[in-house]
Write a protein that binds this ligand. Structure first.
Ligand code: SAM
Ligand code: SF4
Length: 456
């Protein structure tokens, strides 16, 4: 099939599969008590390493495209109260976790975690680490908006213990940034990178395509500029336009969004120039240097994926999440906190976990989670290898999924995949549609009434 025909057929709403089942299957009947039980159980089921996620939902200005749980800045008192609640939540949760388990990862996301001063972030890190030991070189990562940070602030962040920084660039074209209500970097990005490199920190860069005023040519310029700066990892996010979930995105329709063909060309071109520059593709949208541990992990089958993005099995742990909207990802359950800052803070202050929904995974869910994660990370799947890893017969694994050879034959004749009864391999044209292939393995998608974004 031609690229245009593939887009016409496969650019339909499908889950992103940052979790399995996707977050819109979480149930309100999952209570704070269920979360407490799941945290206790997590000491004896599954991965022993611990990942912590902290959500800081505040932003200095809201970008029109934003799909994250982000809120305009509140008064200093309200922000202090929020941070105090996060400390309380850390205390309440870590008391339930076996202190012999090591911490492998801390990730701050948002919103914009860097609205908090470095000393406040350091206190949170110190609190998280006070009760546990760490693996060798744990990853301590933070998402940063470079529009508001001066030289001293970058220095202080690098001294606060962070060793991986994601710079939210989105686009280097200031016209595009203006159209989406976003400030460009305050410091030249070269200077930021110099400061962070002196501290031996890893540097990621987030780019976003599909925004107003972007074209294949303009986005290629942004990618070329990013390559000049040589981050270790570069993420090209496909803009997810879901105005029925985030009304603030509607305003972008007035300026006009690039059509799906242009958007797909932006991705193809970006991928081409990144690969020519020596970056290796990890999953759909991550590109890393050949020396990066994510690339080694890809080659050794050690790549893993959670709500925070790709990580290696070395740093992967069960995720205990803190803050409004944060989602814990334990071996046996997912649990999401209240999205409402007031509600979150009040629940914590009253001595309760702020869980509002969640999901207890069945044995079949856990199998399908492994199948989908393997496919999304590696673009390939070998049923026998999976069977050896999970100690479950390959036939039982297939039966847990919606695997249907007739449907996969159709994928194969469209040119997005090759397969036989033992394995499947996504083709280079198929990578854009790996979510569609994953959805074809998901029994829930046979009769789903949920809304999802499109792959492109
Ligand atoms: C929490 S933000 C990063 C930190 C900081 N707030 C910033 O904007 O730089 C996480 C990333 O999500 C991506 N993002 C936000 N909204 C998106 C959307 N609607 N579709 C796809 N990616 C999105 C952006 O690339 C952004 O860098
Ligand atoms: S993209 Fe970042 S800065 Fe912009 S609104 Fe979203 S979280 Fe805030």
């Amino acid at each position: 099939m031609t690229a245009t025909e593939l887009l016409a057929k496969y650019n339909v709403p499908v889950p992103r599969y940052t979790s399995y089942p996707p977050a819109n299957y979480f149930e309100e009947s999952f209570t704070a008590k269920d979360y407490e039980t799941a945290v206790k159980a997590s000491n004896s089921i599954g991965e022993q390493r611990i990942s912590f996620y902290i959500h800081i939902p505040f932003c200095r200005h809201l970008c029109h495209y934003c799909g994250c749980n982000s809120f305009a800045m509140m008064s200093p008192e309200k922000i202090d109260r929020y941070v105090a609640a996060v400390h309380q939540e850390i205390e309440k949760t870590t008391q339930l976790i076996d202190s012999h388990r090591p911490v492998s990862q801390i990730h701050y996301g948002g919103g914009t975690p860097t609205v908090l001063p470095a000393n406040v972030l350091k206190e949170l890190n110190d609190h998280l680490l006070s009760a546990f030991s760490c693996i060798n070189r744990p990853e301590i990562a933070i998402e940063c908006h470079p529009g508001y940070l001066n030289e001293n602030e970058w220095q202080s962040l690098a001294e606060a213990g962070f060793n991986r920084f994601s710079l939210g660039i989105q686009d280097f074209d200031e016209k595009v940034l203006k159209a989406v209500n976003r400030r460009p970097s305050l410091l030249p990005v070269e200077s930021i990178i110099q400061i962070l490199r002196q501290k031996n920190a890893g540097i990621n860069m987030d780019l976003l395509y599909g925004l107003p005023l972007q074209s294949e040519k303009s986005f290629a310029k942004t990618v070329a500029r990013a390559i000049e700066l040589q981050p270790d990892r570069l993420v090209t996010f496909s803009y997810a336009h879901v105005p029925w979930v985030n009304k603030r995105q509607l305003v972008l329709e007035k300026t006009g969004l690039p059509d799906k063909e242009e958007k797909s060309r932006m991705y193809d071109k970006a991928k081409e120039i990144l690969q020519q520059a020596g970056y290796q593709a990890i999953g759909l949208d991550h590109f890393v240097k050949e020396t990066d541990e994510l690339y080694f992990a890809l080659q050794n089958g050690q790549l893993h994926r959670n709500f925070q993005g790709y990580c290696t099995r070395r740093t992967t742990g069960q995720v205990y999440a803190f803050g409004a909207t944060a989602i814990s990802q334990l071996s046996g359950a997912y649990a999401q906190n209240s999205k409402n800052i007031e509600d979150y803070t009040e629940k914590i202050e009253s001595g309760f976990f702020p869980t509002v929904k969640g999901y207890r995974l069945t044995e079949e869910d856990r199998i399908v989670r492994e199948v989908i994660e393997t496919l999304m990370c590696n673009y390939s799947l070998n049923w026998q290898e999976l069977s050896n890893r999970l100690s479950i017969p390959a036939e039982k694994i297939k039966q847990a999924t919606a695997y249907n050879p007739a449907l996969f034959s159709a994928f194969a004749s469209d040119g997005i995949l090759t397969f036989d009864e033992n394995q499947m391999q996504v083709t280079p044209q198929g990578t854009l549609f790996v979510r569609n292939i994953a959805a074809a393995l998901d029994k829930r998608m046979l009769h789903s009434d949920k809304s999802f974004s499109k792959p492109v």
